[in-house]
Write a protein of this length. Structure first.
Length: 217
């Protein structure tokens, strides 16, 4: 296994687990970290698709990924509406692009369609003012996808380039077992977050649209 695979696998598990279980409670802390991780993968993939660089296999690929990751992380930390948009956008992009790649629609097409769906997700999250339950679901499902992919990479069941188009690609490539594991972990994440904030689902309301600290419990 390459050092790149070990690094990405560990990052996916650690960041994904935190995002799936504390995505709401520690939103302002974890979203920039999640945005950085998604930006790293997306930037490296764009370097591969448009510049011919290996996916996290060259210095240029790492630089592109790191730059995009830092930009997304900074936007999500310093600007509230950027944070809300990135919540939906990063989830929409990484799941859609990965799914398309897994069924054979990879390359430029998966990038473009992934971006389109990511924008739609971002707009939807902004319009709905990011209700608490939506934040919990998005963070639990995306975080669980990262955990499963990270575990598969470290166990040698999929290669690093199996997630170059998004986290859903790795799940689809491994098959039913990974999909089931993803759904189980996502459900556990939703349950844990609901239990952790100590709220009844009927009492869930949208957080204030300006103050990011409204996500802290």
């Amino acid at each position: 296994m390459s050092i790149e695979g070990i690094i990405v696998g560990l990052l996916a598990i650690l960041i994904g687990a935190a995002w799936a279980t504390y995505g709401l409670k520690a939103f302002t802390i974890l979203l920039p970290i999640w945005a950085f991780f998604v930006g790293l993968l997306a930037g490296a993939n764009w370097g591969f698709e448009f510049l011919g660089e290996g996916f996290l296999g060259s210095v240029t690929s790492w630089i592109i990924g790191l730059v995009l990751g830092v930009v997304l992380a900074a936007l999500s930390y310093f600007f509230y509406y950027a944070a809300i948009a990135l919540l939906g956008g990063t989830v929409g992009y990484t799941l859609t692009a990965g799914l398309l790649a897994a069924i054979g629609l990879d390359g430029f097409l998966s990038v473009v369609l992934g971006l389109i769906v990511g924008v739609l997700f971002a707009v939807a999250v902004i319009i709905t003012a990011a209700p608490i339950l939506l934040v919990i679901v998005l963070t639990a499902f995306s975080g669980a996808a990262a955990v499963v992919n990270g575990a598969l990479i470290l166990l040698g069941q999929i290669q690093l380039d199996s997630i170059d188009n998004g986290l859903m690609e790795g799940l689809m490539r491994y098959g039913a077992v990974s999909i089931i594991a993803w759904l189980v972990l996502a459900a556990a994440g939703v349950f844990y977050q609901l239990k952790d904030i100590g709220r009844n689902m009927a009492d869930l309301t949208a957080p204030a649209p300006i103050d990011k600290t409204s996500y802290q419990y």
